[in-house]
Design a binder for this molecule. Structure first.
Ligand code: PHE
Length: 347
């Protein structure tokens, strides 16, 4: 009697081991035939129950039934696992079209900055860098800005610690209002020739509107050497304008004033939309302003320790937002900062 029970338990153990190794529908079926089918191990043991003495039948029968149920359950669990795996495998249909992923791209401001940097690098300019957090000396004094220049007032410039310091103190810290202080830093650190561009962020206390923000980007350029002329400046900006706006683009200079250049000019590019005939983008004039520029004032060379008699150079500064707005015909600067993907996606 106990011997029969023992054999039942042996079959259950064998079945469990076999089921654990099942790796698919075929192996599962093999197990079913071997243990559960009509000629399988379990039913054939069941038939031996007839040889058990009548008085022991109820107890032995009960144990055998438990074993049978346990085996059936082990089999069902295994079947469920195998079938689940096969459905998951069928769900992977490699012929289905892929799901497009939204990948970002560089912001239009960065794109224009990268383009401009690439153009100037091809002309031999190196990229220079300077801090956004500047002192008054580098941003104003060294650049020959008179103390009463309107851009120096706290209404126009972001100052730090004005409760403790004067805004005329050369060491007072500000957020730079232009990238021109990078010229000063580079010339102080290097000897001639210097040929750099500095792309970077600037800050001014403007009320934001369609063409002004509190912060914007400039690209500063400086070429200081011997015998640099205004013609070199014009040639450099002409190449830039042709590369940026198209090969037919021309450049013209209008007289202007900056404290750090003499003479100073504003540089215009012929309108790349109408070719100079006059349109909405150029407001009918045929020309679009692209940069402030000029020949470096000898006072600046003196301030950085260069010999003003020997040294000549040109400098220019252009607004990146402005260039981006012209190039992409964007009519409101704020669109560039709203970070609305429906807008940004177009570039
Ligand atoms: N820094 C000037 C500005 O902010 C631009 C400029 C740079 C002009 C270099 C001349 C030379 O307007």
């Amino acid at each position: 009697m106990t011997e029969l029970v023992q054999r039942f338990y042996d079959v259950l153990e064998q079945a469990k081991t076999a089921l654990a190794a099942v790796d698919g529908e075929a192996a599962l079926e093999e197990c079913r035939v071997r243990f559960l089918s009509r000629k399988g191990l379990l039913p054939s043991l069941m038939s031996e129950l007839g040889k058990v003495p009548a008085e022991e039948k109820p107890t032995v029968g009960k144990v055998l039934n438990q074993v049978k149920q346990e085996l059936q359950k082990a089999f069902d669990d295994c079947a469920e696992k195998v079938r689940g795996e096969e459905t998951a495998a069928n769900a992977l249909d490699v012929t289905r079209p892929g799901r497009a992923r939204d990948i970002g791209h560089r912001h239009p401001i960065s794109q224009v900055m990268d383009m401009a940097v690439a153009i100037f690098r091809r002309m031999g300019f190196l990229v220079a860098d300077g801090p956004d957090l500047e002192d008054v000396w580098h941003n104003f004094d060294a650049l020959n800005a008179p103390q009463d220049h309107p851009s120096r007032t706290p209404e126009d410039t972001f100052y730090f610690d004005l409760d403790k310091r004067s805004w005329l103190d050369p060491e007072t810290m500000i957020l730079r209002t232009q990238t021109s202080p990078v010229q000063v830093r580079t010339m102080k650190a290097q000897s001639l020739p210097v040929r750099i561009i500095c792309p970077g962020r600037c800050y001014r206390r403007d009320t934001p509107d369609a063409t002004h923000g509190m912060s914007f980007h400039q690209i500063e350029g400086l070429y200081a050497d011997r015998h640099v002329s205004l013609a070199d400046l014009k040639g450099t900006l002409a190449i830039f304008a042709r590369e940026m706006f198209g090969s037919q683009t021309k450049v013209r200079f209008r007289p202007h004033f900056f404290p750090f250049t003499e003479p100073s000019v504003e540089a215009d590019a012929s309108c790349f939309i109408c070719g100079g005939k006059g349109c909405r983008v150029c407001k009918g004039s045929g020309w679009i302003e692209i940069a402030g520029a000029g020949m470096v004032n000898p006072a600046v060379f003196r301030n950085v320790g260069y010999d003003p008699e020997e040294t000549t150079g040109f400098a220019f500064g252009m607004g990146v937002e402005r260039i981006a707005m012209i190039r992409y015909a964007i009519n409101d600067l704020r669109l560039l900062y709203d970070n609305d993907v429906r807008f940004l996606r177009q570039f």
